[in-house]
Design a binder for this molecule. Structure first.
Ligand code: F3S
Length: 284
């Protein structure tokens, strides 16, 4: 059995940095530490942090109830309003927003203040996008995720549009959607803010999936970048399995005749990837 493990599997730079920042804070004794939303889409890590006394605040209402302590902002980033709230409450902020996401905040803030209309290509329910939206002027943006939405889009006023992307958005789909806006003839500025880490992980996964007869994608069920990896791999290799940890891999139904590929989403810890890899090698 040959196992091809993707070099880009697992934590990206931004997630690694954010997780390390929380663990650093958790070492400090006698401090109330919270993260704004789970630090990453990985239940194992969130549970481990909970055992170390790190709480999770889900929204502004819950934030309102916090009297003191440190709030860690995760790599996804948050809306401007959240920083303002933290400041008025006198809490300490540890900002683990990924610098690539921070850059999008600065772009949309600048462009919407300049009177331009912002198009965010991404999933409007994703926390990163909710954060980006919170740096635009009210009513001056749209979130577009599909060809239908892009085709339906009609800017009633004469304005320049500024297109940015959720960092984990699929590269090819982004280009396809941008093309639709180009055809509409808007005066525009297009900033491809898809993170290279995502693109590299997606391309490597695709290449590996083409060469193997079974592919394993490891990551949290709610992790959008893992879901996308799964979709990409499934297209190339019908025999693709989506698992969160080794426990989900049913060796009875798992089918491979010779070569297995493994990749993992940006929020999958190394120990989980290694455990899967080791067991696949042992079992076959
Ligand atoms: Fe940052 Fe890219 Fe990761 S934007 S959080 S390094 S996927």
């Amino acid at each position: 059995m040959e196992v091809k493990l993707a070099k880009t599997a697992g934590f990206c730079f931004g997630v690694k940095r954010a997780v390390e920042m929380v663990y650093e804070e958790a070492k400090k004794e006698g401090m109330d530490i919270y993260t704004y939303g789970p630090i990453i889409h990985n239940e194992e890590v969130v549970k481990d942090l909970e055992n170390k006394g790190v709480g999770v605040i889900e929204n502004l209402t819950e934030l309102e109830g916090i009297k003191k302590g440190t709030l860690v902002i995760r790599s996804h980033g948050v809306a401007k309003q959240v920083y303002q709230k933290i400041q008025t409450k006198g809490l300490t902020v540890v900002d683990a927003t990924c610098p690539f996401v921070k850059k999008i905040h600065r772009i949309v803030e600048r462009e919407s203040q300049a009177g331009n209309y912002i198009i965010i290509i991404g999933n409007e329910k994703h926390p990163e996008v909710e954060g980006i939206v919170g740096w635009c002027q009210p009513g001056t943006y749209s979130v577009i995720a599909s060809v239908q939405e892009a085709q339906k889009f009609d800017l009633q006023v004469e304005k320049k549009i500024c297109i940015v992307a959720q960092t984990t958005f699929n590269h090819n789909k982004f280009e396809e959607l941008v093309e639709i806006f180009e055809e509409k003839g808007y005066d525009r500025v297009v900033l491809n803010t898809i993170c290279n880490a995502t693109w590299e992980r997606q391309s490597e996964a695709k290449e590996i999936a083409k060469q193997v007869d079974a592919m394993i994608v490891i990551g949290g069920k709610t992790s959008s970048n893992t879901q996308k990896l799964y979709e990409i791999c499934k297209k190339e290799c019908k025999n693709t399995y989506y698992i969160q940890t080794l426990v989900d891999l049913d060796f009875e139904t798992f089918q491979s005749t010779g070569c297995v590929g493994i990749t993992a989403g940006a929020s999958t810890p190394n120990n989980i990837i290694e455990e899967v890899q080791r067991n696949v090698r042992i079992k076959f």
